[in-house]
Design a protein around this ligand. Structure first.
Ligand code: ADP
Ligand code: GLC
Length: 489
């Protein structure tokens, strides 16, 4: 079976969040199961800078916003990806500094509609001909709004491959104006409520929902939630009417990259079988030292709470901001935070960090290494997301023996088992769950966690059950394979 993954990110070449992690680990897992997978990405400057052995596979002419683009399709194999990589090289759209979506000053590129519709059109053409690559996929697997138009473009091409479309986050839905729709020369009949039109604008993500042969999202609970008004961002009706082709498949984690026994970012290695308590203690000491807090061994018992994530409303940063003074004023704990995002959240955190020196340890920015060290060095991992399609950090925490504390939504509900008396007794508890997005509920869960932390035998059992969970990709990769078999010709 031949599958082409089309996305806007793939770790380690380009990543802004969990999408990048998935477009690394899932293709790898499929490859290990014998699937012939390739990945196609835009040729961002950042990606081109990291790759040396590029080959030109061919040229295409692709319609943009009122102009045609001459595009090169590049091919390479990069050890770090583990599967062949194709790039859509349109220098005037992608050879730019900064993130895939944003100008270095932080605003969206003004021509994102053109950038990602050109990418999608080019992928549709490459995937539908045997001429250029001598390889034609059975299924094109498109991801998130940036490739929402791809299943739609495929429907315009005779003998095109089937398509699967995965929604990683419904709140980013690629919404653009009628003027942009017209400039992009999209078929006029697509301006309809049954196609791309969305409350007076158009949505690229909606194209994926309507035109793909199958639609998936990244956890079973999120698949149900997005069919309700509270989580549907206006798409709940469309999703309900396409529910026959919608499925929730839980993301996995890359257990090689996120493995405390071999993680190159960690100063001390450990595993369930190998000194996990000493390993975590030593990592905690090293992490605190790195963040400017030097402690003696006997001072290390103070719980260290961790948070890593994009600083946006989704992640419950407002809840976190409200509870920080309360927990730091009332409990002997420290909190380590790594994140970047909306400026008002960054500023609010900065002000709090100044009020609690040596106790609120804040790093604003992006650091893969520090993320790994926090997963290993913290005692409790906070994930109070207001919604969470899947979430990967809670699964990383489980594997690193850092029980996660989560709001019961989306993938968090599907992966963390609350430390109730009963669940502790029957060895199923892996973390702490709170059931409504309020500061009261979150504080109550934190206090439950801090109480349990004072009982080392129970806490260590919780850690061990967490570390014993298997969230590798195998099971979910098999579910995707079954889905490809259903739609592939
Ligand atoms: P989302 O995709 O919504 O951001 P996920 O939990 O699925 O959430 O994935 C987030 C990924 O991005 C994880 O690998 C996490 O470690 C990483 N990440 C988020 N923010 C940062 C940061 N500031 N520094 C390093 N890694 C980060
Ligand atoms: C999105 C979601 C996150 C999910 C990730 C990978 O960014 O916000 O919950 O884990 O995609 O699917």
């Amino acid at each position: 079976m031949k599958i082409l993954f089309a996305a806007s990110e793939a770790y380690p070449l380009v990543k802004t969040g969990g999408l990048g992690d998935v477009i690394h680990a899932l293709p790898r897992a499929l490859h290990q199961q014998g699937v012939d997978v390739r990945i196609i990405l835009p040729a961002y400057r950042l990606v081109l800078e990291q790759i040396s052995n590029l080959r030109i596979a061919g040229w295409l002419q692709v319609q943009g916003a009122g102009r045609l683009h001459e595009i090169r399709i590049l091919e390479t194999t990069d050890q770090r990806l583990g599967v062949p990589l194709l790039l859509v090289d349109a220098p005037n759209l992608f050879d730019r500094p900064g993130s895939p979506y944003l100008h270095p000053d932080g605003y969206n590129w003004h021509d994102n509609a053109e950038r990602f519709s050109v990418f999608s059109r080019a992928v549709a053409q490459v995937a539908s001909s045997t001429g250029m690559l001598d390889w034609k996929p059975d299924v094109v697997h498109a991801h998130d709004w940036q490739t929402g138009l791809l299943p739609a473009f495929l429907k315009l091409i005779p003998d095109a491959p089937a398509s699967v479309y995965t929604i990683h986050n419904l709140s980013y839905s690629g919404i653009f104006s009628h003027e942009e729709f017209a400039q992009l020369h999209l078929p006029g009949e697509w301006w309809s409520a049954d196609a791309l039109e969305f409350f007076g604008n158009f949505s690229m993500l909606k194209g994926g929902i309507i035109f793909a042969d199958k639609v998936t999202t990244v956890s079973p609970t999120y698949a149900r939630e997005i069919q309700t008004p509270g989580f549907g961002y206006g798409f709940d009706g469309v999703l309900r009417s396409h529910d026959h082709k919608l499925r929730g498949i839980l993301n996995g984690i890359d257990q090689e990259i996120w493995n405390p026994a071999t993680d190159p970012h960690l100063p001390h290695h450990y595993s369930l079988k190998y000194h996990y308590l000493a390993g975590k203690r030593n990592n905690k000491k090293a992490l605190l030292k790195q963040l400017g807090v030097e402690l003696k061994d006997e001072q290390l018992h103070t719980p260290l709470l961790g948070f890593i994530g994009r600083l946006v409303e989704q992640k419950g940063v407002d809840l976190l901001l409200q509870i920080i003074p309360h927990i730091l004023d009332n409990h002997d704990v420290r909190l380590v935070i790594l994140g970047s995002g909306e400026k008002h959240f960054e500023n609010a955190l900065r002000e709090l960090a100044a009020l609690y020196p040596q106790r609120l340890l804040l790093t604003l920015g992006y650091s893969e290494e520090l993320a790994h060290r926090i997963e290993a060095g913290a005692d409790l991992f906070l994930m109070p997301s207001r919604f969470e399609p899947c979430g990967l950090n809670q699964m990383y925490s489980l594997r690193y023996g850092t029980p996660p504390l989560v709001h019961q939504v989306g993938g968090l509900a599907d992966t963390v088992v609350d430390a109730t008396q009963e669940n502790l007794k029957n060895n199923t508890a892996t973390g702490f769950v709170f059931y409504e997005p309020s500061t009261g509920a979150m504080l109550h869960a934190i206090e439950r966690a801090l109480d349990l932390y004072k009982k080392p035998a129970s806490w260590h059992k919780l850690m061990r059950t967490a570390m014993a969970q298997d969230f590798g990709w195998n099971k979910s990769a098999n579910e995707y394979i079954r889905l490809y078999e259903e739609v592939g010709k």
